[in-house]
Design a protein around this ligand. Sequence first.
Ligand code: LLP
Length: 442
Amino acid sequence: MKYKDALPKLTLFPLTAGVNDQGHLTIGGSDTVQLAIIYGTPLYIFDEATIRAKCSEYLRELGQRYSDTLAIYACKAFTSQALIRLLHEEGFGLDVVSGGEMHVAKSAGFPLDKVYFHGNNKGEHELRRALESGVGRIVVDNFHELALLGRLASELGKSQDVLLRLSPGVDPHTHSHVATGILDSKFGFPLATGQAEEALTKAMSTPNLQLIGLHFHLGSSLFEAEPYAEAIALVLQFAAQMKQRHRFELRELNIGGGFASQYLLDSPAPPVSRYADAIVSALTEQIRQLKLEQPRLVIEPGRSIVAKAGTALYRVGGSKDIPGVRRYVFVDGGMGDNIRPALYDSKYEAVLANKMGKLETDVVTIAGKFCESGDILVKDVRLPKTEAGDVLAMPTSGAYSIPMSSNYNASLRPAVVMVKEGSARLIRRRETYDDLTGHDSP
Ligand code: LLP
């Protein structure tokens, strides 16, 4: 791609990203400036080829090191019927965390026996639905849920495969809001306190539940692979003890998600092969030492499947120059469609999709249109001279933007398109003002 050297930021965009003769950013063979005109802004664009390539990379890198591997997509990162169908075609299972996500999966025709149901406070109605619809695995998070699920399964006369979510007490070295596998976390049965063993014996003696495995999820955006190895060792040692003490057989080890994505040029994420090496070496080494049967390995990537594939487009409106301080450039979206910078101080890059060939001479701050000073999408980004009407493109916007979006300020959630080989299709329409009032009673 001729612009990749001149414009390194292009490498953060989807694999198919390029620049056409008009100097416009293209994705999946479509001119993004045209897409902004056709579908309006803010607009989220997903590149099918990038999603499929990432899925294949996971299956290849893990499968060649450990053949009994199942990859499931954590659809909280972005849920849509079109995406869920695509993941099914790629041979992925699904991680859902609510009755709502289960409904989307079901409505997309996803085979529910490949669905894992997570969550620290699943409601009785959600568990009942999961049992009735034949969800493959329920990942039990606490004692209340264990008792409730046991009762419901017996009432419905179902035998349900379950895993226990453990909190192994491993620090993932990530943002505190997304660290989950530590002792002081709302998720899972702690290994350190003896509660994991108590849960295991209770689950094994619950007649309608089949305890087939153990799960942990350390956190999100782990730029290191070592915490996985550390947690695998702890959990397999626990499994070996439980085998000795209670004849527990570990058939599945689910190590969660958390694999990082590259948002900025100077913070590359480890390749899947690096995680796969650390995970499979720790797993095979512990199995050998502890003389365990080989369990199935399950991984649950969310962010890393869709982050790079997704690009957000905004239209530039006004700006505000504070001489000697900074220049704010305003766009027509912001914290309503992407809360991540405000919530986690997440950093993004940006380009002007209609001026890809132009020199980046200015440093500006991209502010959204919401009534909050914290509504800043990107601080101090280098761009060509901006004008009203420019199209701003933010790469790596595919994960946790739309699913965490809101109607703050009665704004409309954006449209989403999927692009592939020069064609674009709407996979979610933009909300309308009627959607805003549709739930109200006058
Ligand atoms: N499995 C479980 C049990 C999870 O809780 C999560 C994410 C995943 C898998 C997928 O993790 P991933 O591969 O996407 O890191 N809203 C935050 C991220 C929250 C992640 C919640 N759990 C953000 O925008 O950074």
